[in-house]
Design a protein around this ligand. Structure first.
Ligand SMILES: [Zn+2]
Length: 425
């Protein structure tokens, strides 16, 4: 026979009190935790390199609403909804690639709206890049198409140099009648899309007339933006190009040795004095690696004689990514093998690149800035870096993107450092 359960009224009262007290405590705890968790994401214990703010030290970074909310020595994990352990990694601003071709479309044999360009999201985040600048694949006439077709539908931030030619790199080089060049239309397009277009580009002209170059320079001056000079200008002398360039204008394919332009290092291995003088007056030298634009017999002696590239533009397109270029991190690692220090290559890939395109809102980790952040590892081992001549430079370290964050959102996570460990038990 079961014994009936007798509960004393005093016990019931006491239990109710405990229950009420528990509820109140739980409520207060939850309220406090949610109040304390004012950040969305915390990157804890990483080595921060932020050239703009002169930081090269272990720091924590907190993110809220897509922006950098706090950078400090020790931010409590209780203050954030999510924490990522960044110990052993370098935490840097999202990389900026100032030379790409991303006006991808379905036309054969062309870059503008064509298959020779690439889709930026397919390549950017896995290389730690959060901003790419398209190098004149579009002109004022087809820029609206580029914008709606690629820029507006990509996660990567896409900025652009506008080609001086109306339809950009549509496979038709500049002709000597110059009917496809209109300075006023270029300047007004830059004004209309000033949040996207960062300058004017000239390239692909085989004549000797300086009208296309001068028009591009005029449009850049009129719009107060940099002139970006690519290659395929075989009849322009290098010295004259550099002498016409203003402080802040950019020459790319700096280390090429092809017939289209005089190389910056002469046949005796000497850096031409007017090249170094141009950099001293403020002309910026972009790597512009591409498929054929990077040669060790240019880059190594130039570096030893004092010409360090200002930026690491990759010249990403269909034909460069599988050659010696690969991606921007590979170019940065290549320059570490040549002799640059890690904090220098980070500075040139972030803050220097932002300054080159006059977008000082990017390339830094200041509080209040949009949270474009890259977490890098330095892999140690035996690596090889290739140039356009087929030479290999051995290296002992290589940069890899572990985590890429775009506007506070994780868009690349190589080894799942932001994920929860799966336990099947
Ligand atoms: Zn290019």
């Amino acid at each position: 026979m079961r014994t009936p359960l007798i509960v004393s009224p005093i016990f019931v009262l006491h239990t109710k009190k405990i229950y009420k007290c528990f509820l109140a405590t739980a409520f207060l705890f939850i309220a406090n935790v949610s109040l304390a968790q004012q950040y969305d994401l915390l990157l804890k214990g990483g080595h921060v390199i932020d050239a703009k703010n002169n930081i090269n030290a272990i720091k924590d970074i907190a993110i809220k609403d897509g922006k950098i909310a706090e950078v400090n020595d020790n931010i409590s994990t209780f203050s954030s909804k999510k924490t990522i352990d960044a110990t052993g990694l370098y935490v840097v601003p999202g990389l900026i690639d100032i030379h790409t071709h991303v006006f991808v479309g379905n036309k054969a044999n062309t870059f503008a709206d064509g298959v020779n360009s690439v889709s930026p999201d397919d390549f950017s985040f896995k290389a730690g890049v959060t901003t790419v600048v398209d190098a004149g694949t579009s002109g004022w006439h087809n820029f609206p198409q580029f914008k709606s077709q690629v820029i507006d539908v990509s996660q990567t931030r896409i900025l652009a140099f506008l080609n001086i030619v109306a339809d950009g790199m549509d496979g038709k080089p500049i002709k000597d009648d110059f009917s496809n060049i209109d300075v006023d239309s270029v300047a007004s397009a830059i004004q209309q899309y000033k949040d996207i277009i960062v300058g004017v580009k000239i390239g692909h002209y085989e004549g000797a007339d300086w009208t296309p170059f001068n028009s591009a320079l005029h449009a850049a001056t009129k719009s107060n933006t940099p002139l970006f000079i690519e290659c395929h200008l075989p009849q322009y002398s290098l010295e004259e190009q550099l002498s016409k360039m203003r402080s802040g204008d950019i020459i790319t394919h700096s280390f090429e040795e092809i017939t289209e332009r005089m190389p910056i290092v002469d046949s005796m291995g000497k850096l031409r004095p007017f090249v170094l003088a141009a950099q001293s007056k403020g002309v910026l030298f972009d790597v512009g690696h591409g498929g054929a634009g990077f040669w060790f017999n240019q880059a190594v002696p130039a570096f030893k004689q004092g010409l360090i590239p200002n930026t690491f533009g990759s010249d990403l397109h269909r034909f460069s990514m599988n050659a010696g270029m690969k991606n921007m991190l590979n170019i940065m690692s290549k320059f570490m093998a040549i002799g640059m220090k890690l904090d220098e290559v980070i500075a040139h890939a972030t803050w220097n690149a932002a300054k080159a395109i006059k977008r000082e809102d990017l390339g830094n980790l200041s509080e209040g800035t949009i949270a474009d952040i890259t977490l890098l590892s330095v892999q140690k081992g035996k690596f090889g870096f290739i140039d356009a001549a087929g030479n290999k430079l051995p290296g002992k370290q290589k940069l890899e993107a572990e985590l890429t964050i775009r506007s506070g959102k994780i868009v690349w996570d190589l080894n799942g450092i932001s994920a929860t460990i799966w336990n099947k038990e």
